[in-house]
Design a protein around this ligand. Structure first.
Ligand code: GDP
Ligand code: IMO
Ligand code: MG
Length: 423
């Protein structure tokens, strides 16, 4: 049985949480493969809104198991808060949520290092979520990290102390003013570790291998988006993991020839939170409308998201890198009421028109070339059938399918589970 993937194709926040929740009824296992609490995945149903950071978005379904894969980085403190938020829903966490022993741990000092690095960068800061993601993945690739499996050994605190002491020295190296009380942070960390240790740790690659053999249906849930990929994103303004399809293989231990459907999810426009280039960014009333109607505020940090028109050059690139087999278009409802819509189909770069992402895409060195399309007025949020979609929206969808050469199978028209149209 093949493993399907669901990935964000832009700069994150495409609506992955919502769609994983919608699709979970078709799967036995939902497995997160990278990122950590920098993610904020929002789910809405029965009038309640949930934001998950590390826990996979299938957690509210009785039929599915949820796995936090080896490629994920876990902050026990944030994880504990997520678990606390779930307590009132009576989910059997011990049997429904399994954690890879190979997942790395975010220590309090990783968060401090993130803050010190960002402060030292000044204007050139990445705009990180300050969750310690970069420093934790640095320790992973630097072969210094602590893993969930270490907690099963009695000497884990010795390992922790050595690493935290080293981090403190490194914080000093940045020579910036970071205020903290490590004793307090450590007390909170130790308490959270005790709670984490109550959960079920597994060798997830082995578990998933056996699950496949038994014919179980598995959906891998990505975090962030392709343009934040450490290799293929808008480096250095990226996150520190592979957010693209290959990241699911390394982040879960699934062989490439076992990957089935690759579901690519994108907003009908574009948003970005944090620093870095964004060619179609709008600074006018249209951008302001998208932000307001789309309620574009970060689910993790609350920061306002930058908004702009759909960038097909970037989207095509993401479709290509991931080998997307099906597309899902989110937030079509937010564009209702625009008289004219614009879609970027090329960049003007060094006096030439190009149709790919250049190496050094930087703030201001590419100018989008737009195709204009007719907008629609109809409120989409109450629709449930594809036949009800307005003609102008169908024309928009047809145009994107033509350009991307991949079918759009889901059109999302609101944040709720039920506001989802299958085509
Ligand atoms: P994720 O990180 O990819 O899971 O996305 P986020 O949860 O960070 O951001 C997506 C936001 O858009 C959330 O607030 C969702 O509730 C909301 N959302 C998802 N799909 C739709 C949609 O089709 N229309 C509208 N208006 N909101 C949506
Ligand atoms: P989800 O899964 C949007 C951005 C940050 C920053 C950059 C690096 O909800 O789509 P990091 O903390 O990872 O070192 O920050 O990446 N970023 C996200 N933007 N959605 C996310 O996750 C993000 N996770 C990180 O804003 O620009
Ligand atoms: Mg998000």
């Amino acid at each position: 049985m093949a493993v399907d993937l669901l990935l964000g194709l832009q700069w994150g926040d495409e609506g992955k949480g919502k769609i994983v929740d919608v699709l979970t009824k078709n799967y036995d296992i939902i497995a997160r493969f990278q990122g950590g609490p920098n993610a904020g995945h929002t789910l809405e149903f029965d009038g309640i809104k949930h934001v998950l950071h590390t826990i996979p978005s299938g957690i509210f379904h009785k039929n599915a198991l949820n796995i936090v894969g080896n490629g994920v980085v876990i902050d026990p403190v944030i994880f504990k808060k997520e678990l606390d938020n779930l307590k009132k829903f009576n989910i059997d966490i011990k049997s429904k949520l399994l954690i890879s022993r190979k997942a790395h741990l975010i220590l309090p000092t990783h968060r401090l290092l993130d803050a010190a690095s960002e402060t030292a960068k000044g204007k050139a800061k990445i705009g990180s979520t300050l969750k310690g993601i970069g420093p934790t993945y640095m320790d992973k690739t630097g072969r210094n990290g602590m893993r969930v499996g270490d907690l099963e050994f009695t000497d884990w605190k010795t390992k922790y102390r050595a690493l935290a002491d080293k981090h403190e020295a490194m914080i000093g190296f940045y020579n910036v003013d970071i205020q903290y009380d490590l004793d307090e942070l450590e007390a909170e960390f130790y308490a959270a570790i005790e709670e984490l240790k109550q959960l079920t740790f597994i060798d997830s690659e082995e578990y998933l291998f056996n699950a496949q053999k038994e014919g179980k249906k598995i959906l891998a849930e990505g975090a962030q988006g392709s343009l934040l990929d450490i290799d293929f994103g808008t480096y250095p303004y990226v996150t520190s993991s592979n957010t693209t399809a290959a990241g699911a293989c390394t982040g879960l231990g699934v062989a490439p020839n076992k990957i089935g459907g690759v579901f690519g999810i994108f907003k009908a426009y574009t948003t970005r939170v944090g620093s870095g280039p964004f060619p179609t960014e709008l600074f006018d009333a249209d951008g302001e409308t998208m932000g307001r109607v789309g309620n574009e505020f970060g689910a993790t940090t609350g920061r306002p998201r930058r908004c702009g028109w759909l960038d097909l050059v970037a989207l095509k690139y993401a479709v290509q890198i991931n080998g997307v087999t099906e597309l899902m278009m989110m937030k079509g409802d937010v564009l209702s009421g625009f008289k004219t819509l614009k879609v970027c189909t090329a960049y003007q770069y060094k006096g030439k028109e190009i149709k790919h992402l250049p190496y050094n895409i930087e703030e201001g060195n590419v100018t989008p070339v737009y195709t204009k399309m007719k907008g629609w007025d109809k409120d989409l949020t109450k629709l449930s059938k594809s036949e009800e979609l307005p003609d102008a929206l169908n024309a928009y969808i047809d145009f994107l399918e033509q350009e991307l050469q991949v079918p759009i199978k889901i059109v999302s028209v609101g944040p709720d589970r039920v506001q989802t149209i299958h085509r």
